[in-house]
Design a protein around this ligand. Structure first.
Ligand SMILES: Nc1ncnc2c1ncn2[C@@H]1O[C@H](COP(=O)(O)OP(=O)(O)OP(=O)(O)O)[C@@H](O)[C@H]1O
Length: 460
């Protein structure tokens, strides 16, 4: 006996008339009914499925076909024409293959037309976005890793700002972005899909699932550096700087090498850190406070803004406006950070011994508790100012346990320090101002609480 099932039209992305055809026959043939191409959910994964409706009457079949087509074109968020960027150099150089194999067939089935650019160098996508006519497209698709995604998101927001002739304030990007993961970590893709899966990502695009997402602006000396989702300073910046020197290694080996090297030369940065607590919810997930840090508890008002300022030695400072989920950190580098609440999670890691710091890092890979250390603080913020001093708590030479607690040594003035902004290395000399901008960009996907964990990090 056949089982009845319910298929929601919102999950259907194409309808075709089925005909009986002889081998090699291109057209005509007796009508057999309809095929509905739809999406099925398996936890966070979206999978393609087909439902067959049998009916030998050509008239009935075409009545159903025309009505279903009309209903499907009524979904206004579904794209018809997409600008696609493919980074052929991402991760294992599989982006073009991933696009051809998993993405293009679904776009074709859903009657989505594409205009494809295979990027040739860093900054290529940015220059195309700056010059092309955007209003003919319904969305942009990025096939690549986090660096490519960050470049495109930055490009679209910058373009919106230029088009609006509004240099002072960020302007919401006019086109949504679909992200087909082809990188090594893919935290932005994981944060809106919950899995690193090109089919899931494509089906979110095809079905027009739109998710608004907060972004940050990063500026220094009054100049915009870029728009992005996350930044790490200290351990995260140095680790990326070490990794970039070994581009010839595979990305997993490079990441492991950089982690080990940065841990061996664990250093803390002497900084003045100011932040603007997010309105209403100033989440302090751990509540722990480093006693050695000089803290001005009373907020200092600048205009209508009340900044809290601290000074001290930090092993790492992260600011993340999205949860940064990945298979390595299923709950995210910034767990419970909503994509749309207009705030970011500030995570500060103060002085700690190497073994304590490793314990903190390892907990990202398991379930929780990564903030339950006396040297870790978290705050929900809407802006952060980070002023590194030329004095740095530095233990570059020694590799003994507890190095990071040693006395600071003096670095020369004007030294540019590494920042990891969305996985891209930026070297910045002076104070950096980070502001969170609510719902600055729209991504194809949805809010998810946790990523599917397919790998475990064996770096330690
Ligand atoms: N043809 C190309 N050759 C070299 N670099 C490119 C090319 N096209 C784009 N890029 C640049 O490569 C950088 C990294 O790209 P991407 O993040 O996609 O790959 P990845 O670094 O291997 O992945 P992940 O960040 O996940 O490790 C981006 O800044 C992008 O601008």
């Amino acid at each position: 006996m056949q089982q009845a099932c319910v298929l929601l039209l919102q999950d259907v992305f194409a309808v075709k008339v089925k005909r009986r055809r002889a081998a090699g026959q291109q057209s005509g043939g007796a009508v057999l009914g309809l095929a509905l191409f739809c999406c099925r959910r398996r936890e966070k994964r979206l999978e393609e499925d087909t439902v067959h409706l049998h009916n030998a009457s050509s008239e009935h079949t075409h009545t159903w076909y025309n009505k279903l087509k009309e209903l499907l074109t009524g979904f206004s968020s579904r794209p018809r024409y997409l600008k696609v960027f493919i980074n052929p150099s991402s991760h294992k150089k599989e982006a073009i293959h991933i696009y051809r194999e998993h993405v293009a067939p679904l776009f074709k089935m859903a009657d989505i037309h594409t205009d494809i650019t295979v990027t040739e160098r860093k900054g290529h996508a940015l220059s195309v976005i700056q010059e092309c006519k955007l209003d003919k497209y319904d969305g942009v698709v990025c096939v690549g890793g986090d660096g490519s995604v960050a470049e495109l998101c930055h490009a679209l927001v910058l373009r919106a700002q230029l088009d609006a002739n509004c240099p002072e304030e960020p302007v919401k990007a006019v086109l949504p972005i679909g992200i087909i993961p082809a990188g090594s970590t893919d935290v932005v893709s994981c944060s809106v899909h919950g899995v690193r899966d090109p089919v899931t990502a494509t089906l979110h695009i095809v079905l027009g699932h739109l998710q608004q997402v907060d972004m940050c602006s990063f500026s220094s000396c009054g100049q915009l550096v870029r728009f992005g989702f996350s930044a790490m300073f200290g351990f995260g910046g140095w680790s990326l700087a070490h990794a970039e020197k070994k581009r010839w290694m595979s990305s997993s080996r490079r990441r492991e090498y950089a982690l080990v090297k940065t841990l061996a030369k664990l250093r803390s940065e002497d900084c003045q850190l100011s932040f603007l607590p997010a309105k209403k919810t100033n989440l302090c997930l751990s509540g722990h406070q480093d006693q050695d840090q000089v803290e001005k508890d009373d907020p200092v008002s600048e205009g209508n803004e009340s900044w809290i300022t601290k000074q001290g030695l930090y092993l790492n400072i992260s600011v993340m406006s999205i949860p940064c989920l990945s298979p390595h950190a299923p709950k995210g580098l910034a767990p419970n950070t909503s994509l749309t609440n207009g705030s970011a999670l500030l995570i500060t890691v103060g002085k700690a011994s190497r073994s304590e710091f490793i314990k903190h890092l390892k907990r990202y890979n398991s379930s929780s508790g990564q903030f339950n250390f006396p040297f870790v603080e978290t705050h929900s913020v809407s802006a952060v100012k980070l002023h590194p001093f030329s004095l740095a708590g530095c233990s570059e030479e020694s590799e003994e346990e507890g190095d990071a607690k040693e006395a600071p040594t003096i670095l020369s003035e004007g030294v540019a320090l590494p920042w990891n902004i969305d996985g891209e290395l930026l070297e910045i000399e002076s104070e950096v101002l980070i502001r969170v901008h609510s719902r600055l960009i729209t991504l194809y996907g949805e809010e998810v609480d946790e990523a599917e964990s397919t790998t475990s990090c064996n770096c330690f």
